[in-house]
Design a protein around this ligand. Structure first.
Ligand SMILES: [Zn+2]
Length: 394
């Protein structure tokens, strides 16, 4: 009897203690983490760099059994935190906040969870996967004007969306293509894209665009990478944004190379490819355009960059002085020796006027913390700059 009681007690203690053990997972869309060790209330982590050449910094995990605990998170890899620390969301509240400046010391931070906290998500920045895009669409005013179609299926059979906004007049004077997530980890650019689409559909003063321009939006070039939580940047065997010469190895880039020239009918004036830069520091904490090697395109980029500065009326601003000319910093030939980027490829389209990469930081824009709405308001500035650019060049 005594033995049975002891066994039952041990079973009870074990099961309680395993219920109380911290659990970390990444088995959800966009999830990415490698758990190296968990000891009491300290966890050792690092980003999963699968299919990535060199180091990158995307990570996103869920932690449960946290109620009332102070947990210490230690990362073994340098440069995995933005200036404002990690982003977090508690108890599935779907609001994401920056943990704050100076909260990370030696790649570690600690977090005190209240008794009511049962689970939390932590991420390098504010995550954005397919579900966020459909949520955005479901709440979008005038969404019926958009034609949501399929560019192609991904290797894992996901739909890679091709969204067309036809012009109100029968034969549009202009066409504009906007792409995002050539690099799966660059989540922040999708909030910017939301702002662009919402503004074009609904801003009273953007009637010119609705009337005269047909838009093509590709929100997730590397859909599998986004959903699987991969870095995508410097992808092995080939980065999606270096896949625009010789034979494309990725389905979405191959499909775009076929589709855009026939869709364009020589009317594509603007090709805009959204990106996020490196995680922090010099040039990575400002919004800027990446100068093309073609001087005509580069001059047009400067016109557009100034229009973006003029239309940056929100807290988050682009300053034209941050324009990155070709040949300066990382924007040099050696960075493109592994293949052609989308914006370089699009600069050869018949009739193109402006083909550009726009870099939008993950967390810190010239000292201002990125918020979802801040990014969307900057998207509005892009929409207005497109209107003014086309009016100027027509
Ligand atoms: Zn990128």
């Amino acid at each position: 009897m005594k033995t049975i009681f002891l066994i039952i007690s041990l079973f009870y203690i074990n099961s309680v203690s395993s219920q109380n053990n911290i659990r970390i997972s990444s088995d959800f869309p966009g999830g990415n983490i490698i758990v190296q060790k968990i000891s009491k209330d300290t966890v050792w982590l690092k980003p999963d760099l699968s299919f990535t050449e060199g180091k990158w910094f995307y990570w996103y995990f869920k932690i449960s059994n946290i109620s009332g605990k102070r947990i210490i998170f230690k990362f073994e890899q340098n440069n995995v935190f933005t200036k404002f620390g990690p982003a977090y969301s508690i108890n599935n509240d779907n609001t994401w906040k920056w943990y704050g400046e100076n909260r990370v010391v030696n790649n570690s931070f600690s977090f005190f969870f209240t008794e009511q906290d049962s689970l939390a998500y932590f991420c390098v920045a504010f995550p954005y996967t397919e579900i966020n895009f459909y949520k955005f669409l479901s709440n979008l005013k005038n969404k019926e004007l958009l034609k949501i179609d399929t560019l192609c299926l991904s290797p894992e059979n996901r739909i890679i969306e091709k969204i067309v906004l036809p012009s109100l007049i029968n034969k549009p004077a202009f066409k504009v293509v906007i792409t995002a997530r050539h690099h799966a980890c660059e989540m922040t650019e999708n909030y910017v894209l939301e702002g662009i689409i919402e503004s074009i559909l609904n801003e009273k003063d953007l009637e010119f665009l609705r009337k005269n321009v047909e838009f093509l939006f590709i929100p997730f070039i590397d859909k599998d990478g986004v959903e699987n939580g991969e870095q995508g940047k410097n992808r092995i065997p080939r980065d999606h944004n270096r896949d625009y010469d010789t034979q494309s190895i990725h389905r979405s880039t191959a499909a775009l190379r076929t589709m855009i020239p026939s869709w364009s009918e020589g009317k594509v004036k603007i090709a805009l490819d959204l990106h996020c830069p490196w995680i922090k520091g010099n040039r990575n904490e400002d919004i800027y355009l990446v100068g093309n090697s073609d001087s005509t395109i580069a001059n047009n980029q400067m016109v557009f960059s100034k229009l973006l500065e003029k239309n940056s009326i929100g807290e988050i601003k682009l300053y034209h002085s941050n324009f990155l000319p070709y040949g300066v910093g990382w924007n040099a030939y050696k960075n493109f020796s592994t293949g052609m980027s989308f914006s370089r490829w699009a600069s050869h389209l018949v009739g193109i006027s402006l083909s550009t990469t726009l870099e939008f930081p993950y967390a810190n824009v010239s000292g201002i913390a990125v918020s979802k709405d801040g990014a969307r308001i900057f998207g509005k500035a892009i929409a207005y700059a497109i209107k003014e650019y086309l009016e100027l060049k027509k």
